[in-house]
Ligand binder design. Structure first.
Ligand code: GLU
Length: 297
């Protein structure tokens, strides 16, 4: 019997800014399946840092949807909005290493300067930052800047020359994946008015919660390069990564809250059962007459 320390720790970490859809169901179910298979723990984390878009009502609805799917998480939920001091400590650490600088540029200025310099885009599609404020190094009171940016060149110089992560996909075969954090350029790691950005919060939380297996959608594959760099800079442990397939909508695009993805609650109201959803997503044998057809990437 594995002792407590060796038990793998999985987490499902939705952003409660809308109702859960089939993409969330797939992620939650595959985390639960893995935790069960390997005798692991299953945590629920609410990534609710964006206070303007995340609502307690969505959190409650997500909990209800997950229970309806038949999933049981450990009862204590970590809400990112309740832990600003944990993220603040990470920012102080990066700042003490001289790796952050304040940025005053407006989005439109960045777009123009980045295009003029022919810099291209980061993996999320944002224009790479041209370094305007890095060159200025303006001393400004805390909070006056629009953002704190990572000095990528300095950060890379502090990290091992080659960075990797352990990638398993949905299987059990491990592959060493080379990280490419430079692709993110001088990314904004903190924005005015927000306790943290996703990238900082996720590495801090995974470490504090003892997550051993970060199982999440392939849409976050490229972000893992940046997460590995942050883990090195902040001396945080790196979990195993298991990037899973994505559920596609009718147009063959990734499901997202903004697109025309049917929320689970609507399917439920239309008479679709949790068993139908499990079957459609491949977690139970398909019935002779499936109620739902789903495509995975
Ligand atoms: N909160 C993110 C989302 O809803 C997931 C982040 C993660 O699993 O690392 O897409």
């Amino acid at each position: 019997m594995a002792n407590a320390q060796q038990r793998p720790v999985y987490r499902f970490a939705p952003t409660p800014n809308g109702r859960l859809h089939l993409g969330h169901a797939y992620s939650a179910l595959i985390n639960a399946q893995s935790a069960e298979r390997f005798g692991g723990r299953l945590l629920l984390r609410m990534e609710d840092l964006d206070r303007s878009r995340c609502k307690p009502a969505y959190e409650m609805a997500a909990i209800e949807d997950l229970a309806w799917l038949g999933l049981t998480f450990e009862p204590s939920i970590r809400r990112q909005s309740e832990h600003p001091a944990d993220y603040e400590a990470a920012y102080r650490d990066l700042e003490a290493q001289g790796l952050l600088y304040p940025c005053f540029c407006a989005k439109s200025e960045i777009e123009k300067a980045s295009a003029a310099a022919g810099l291209g885009h980061d993996p999320d599609g944002a224009p790479l930052y041209p370094g305007t404020c890095r060159a200025r190094r303006i001393e400004a009171p805390q909070g006056a800047a629009r953002a704190l940016r990572l000095d990528m060149a300095r950060a890379l110089a502090r990290a091992p020359r080659e960075l990797f992560w352990r990638e398993f996909g949905e299987g059990e075969r491990e592959r060493l994946q080379r990280a490419d954090p430079a692709a993110w350029g001088d990314i904004a790691l903190k924005r005015r008015g927000a306790a943290a950005t996703y990238h900082v919060a996720v590495v801090v939380d995974d470490a504090l919660q003892g997550v051993t297996d970060a199982m999440r959608g392939r849409d976050l594959f490229a972000a893992t390069s940046l997460h590995r760099l942050l883990q090195e800079l902040l001396k945080l442990p790196a979990p195993r990564y298991r990037h899973h397939r994505l559920v596609l909508d009718a147009k063959g695009e990734k499901m997202s809250k903004s697109a025309s993805s049917t929320p689970l609650v609507r399917l439920r109201q239309e008479g679709v059962s949790a068993a139908d959803i499990r079957a459609a997503l491949g977690f139970a044998p398909a019935p002779a007459q499936p109620r739902l057809a789903v495509r995975l990437s």
